[in-house]
Design a protein around this ligand. Structure first.
Ligand code: NAD
Length: 455
């Protein structure tokens, strides 16, 4: 008989940090990144984030205790998830939920299903969420979750049982006032609906506000799907305004043509910008006279979400696309796209980071020296979490907004976050990215100091 792993739940709190150290779990201390070591161009987005975190901590003269507090998560939970498979066998999966911080409010962050997700990756992504929420002044802390599985190998029934048991194991963590999940890689609105239902069954009342990214019929928000791309464009327009360029006189290049990339390209096109190149996994598509973006979106939809074979453009490589002469470059595909190897070849005036971590920390200073304005991911792509916040507000009010109202408020919050960071960057004479970290860390640290450390 196959041994069945017993249901287990391991919780690591900040208060048990010393235990983690003795069990060799990485703990980030102020000196951690000062230790000499080989500097690779290929960086993990988390290493890049920590590099920037340390820089901001130095500007803010953050004391050692506060640094350690903010660099490490509040809580890390690992759960075993036994699932009865369709053939009657039992398979046990491992699931994670990390709450990096809940000083500003309930923690917020997506759940990813992937064969290689692990606790360290989830920890990194959770802290990213803390800074992102702080930057756009959303009253949430940061969290992230994951289940180590290959969703492509699971039937819909297995996926549902896995999701419901993962949720059941985390009932004491999740909650509209505690910790609010959302979709991430390989999870979607159906997965959110199962989480919401499982939580509601256990609390004996419908609790729509326990997750965001739900189907609209179950309390989801209008405008959520387009929110990230819309936020990217709001920030991009604000950036163009600062450098004195009209949108309808600008040229745009977009890497990635999925949710974020296609919406960003379409909204820039609607602003009258000339979108000269876009790409997806099949390669880059260039037309110096300007691409017809609505037509390309339709083409991709009808072609299994691929631009392969699109006729009215010259085919180029993804690497060449990044180095095109243009006013705005929107990397909206994946991390680590602009590094030490190609940063000096970038010709855009503005890089608006639709993706998470598309520019490595090594590339930051090269782009800065070239005078390129980089609108950092924790600002540029925070439109998604902002409309998630609106969804949570609407669920709690039981009153739902029109799409026009959602978009107007999103625009206002993104614009004010951009202006705010722009002022911080001027005040300290630093880049927008550095300003974002300085502002976010200062906000969380100040709130924490006022609340004090509970003993
Ligand atoms: P998606 O899966 O909808 O689209 C990804 C796109 O990138 C696809 O068109 C794919 O073909 C393309 N792509 C993949 N590899 C590529 C490569 N090497 N070169 C060029 N194109 C490539 O994903 P998405 O939701 O649009 O997310 C894109 C990025 O934005 C990710 O980094 C994600 O973490 C980040 N992000 C997304 C959201 C959101 O609300 N969707 C929010 C914040 C951040």
């Amino acid at each position: 008989m196959i041994p069945i792993k017993k249901y287990s739940q391991e919780i690591v709190h900040r208060s048990t940090i010393t235990n983690c150290m003795s069990s060799n779990k990485p703990i980030y201390s102020p000196n951690y990144y000062k230790e000499p070591g080989p500097k690779l161009d290929k960086e993990s987005p988390f290493e890049s984030m920590m590099e920037r975190f340390r820089f901001a901590a130095e500007i803010l003269k953050l004391d050692e205790g506060m640094f350690e507090y903010l660099a490490n998560p509040v809580k890390q939970v690992i759960v075993s998830i036994p699932v009865v498979m369709d053939n009657g066998s039992i398979k046990v999966f491992e699931g994670y939920r990390v709450i990096h911080d809940n000083v500003l409010g309930p923690s917020k962050g997506g759940i990813r299903y992937s064969p290689d997700v692990n606790i360290d990756e989830v920890k990194a992504l959770a802290s990213w969420m803390t800074w992102k929420c702080a930057v756009v002044n959303v009253p949430f802390g940061g969290a992230k979750g994951g289940v180590r599985c290959n969703p492509k190998e699971l039937s819909i029934g297995e996926l549902e049982r896995l999701t419901r048991r993962y949720t059941a194991n985390l009932l004491e963590i999740f909650g509209p006032d505690r910790d609010i999940p959302a979709p991430d890689m390989n999870t979607n609105e159906q997965v959110m609906a199962w989480i919401m239902d499982t939580y509601s069954m256990r609390s004996q009342k419908t609790e729509t506000a326990v997750v965001t990214g739900k189907p609209i019929i179950l309390g989801g928000s209008q405008g959520r799907k387009e929110a990230t791309g819309r936020g990217v464009v709001t920030c991009t327009l604000a950036g163009l305004n600062k450098i004195g360029l009209m949108p309808n006189k600008s040229t745009v290049v977009v890497q990635g043509f999925g949710n974020v990339g296609s919406v960003s390209a379409e909204l820039m096109y609607e602003q009258g910008a000339k979108v000269i190149a876009v790409s997806d996994i099949s390669g880059g598509y260039l037309n110096k006279e300007g691409l017809n973006i609505p037509e390309m979106i339709q083409y991709s939809k009808e072609n299994n979400n691929s631009l392969e074979g699109y006729p009215d453009a010259e085919k180029i490589s993804n690497d060449d696309l990044l180095e095109l002469e243009c006013d705005v470059l929107i990397p909206a595909a994946k991390e680590d796209q602009i590094g030490k190897h190609n940063a000096h070849k970038i010709k855009a005036k503005i890089i608006s980071e639709g993706a998470n971590g598309p520019v490595t920390a090594n590339a930051d200073s090269i782009l800065d020296q070239k005078g390129i304005m980089v609108i950092p991911d924790i600002l540029a792509n925070a439109g998604g979490v902002t409309v998630s916040y609106f969804e949570w507000v609407q669920d709690r009010q039981g009153y739902f907004w029109t799409e026009e109202r959602v978009n107007r408020r999103l625009n206002r919050m993104m614009r004010s976050a951009f202006d705010n960071l722009y002022n911080v960057s001027e005040e300290y004479n630093i880049t927008l990215r550095q300003a974002a970290y300085v502002y976010a860390i200062n906000k969380v640290a100040t709130t924490l100091k006022m609340r004090g450390i509970y003993a």
